[in-house]
Ligand binder design. Sequence first.
Ligand code: FES
Length: 150
Amino acid sequence: MNTNDRLAEILAVHRGREGALLPILHDVQAAFGHVPEDVYQPIADALRLGRAEVAGVVSFYHDFRAQPAGRHVIKLCRAEACQSMGGSDLIARLEAALGMKLGETKGDITLEAVYCLGLCACGPAAQVDGQLIGRASAARLEALVAEVTA
Ligand code: FES
């Protein structure tokens, strides 16, 4: 099924619903792995919005990716509880170790920010390929990344 057909299906599921933009964008990302720019206008047309409104929502919410993610996704929590437990230092160390910044994809790895993983009491929290990690250290995350990418 091509992109247009899949998008048409998604739009049909949400047709007539209040507040359909976010659910549509989530479905698009689930279907394509990211929210490609070429879906902005068809979504805007379907919801009678401006293309800029759709683009603004995609860029505002950190959950939406403009580019496809790598095969391995590392999420680092940037919410307050984790920041108070050394989250910023963890992010800086991992960025240095991997040679990439939050929001970037390099090779097979995507490094991205998340705003709470539900492990607030065990900060700093991270997630590697869906596996939640509390009290994360850079060394532990580097070891996990090496393990999953081996
Ligand atoms: S604030 Fe980091 S997991 Fe909740």
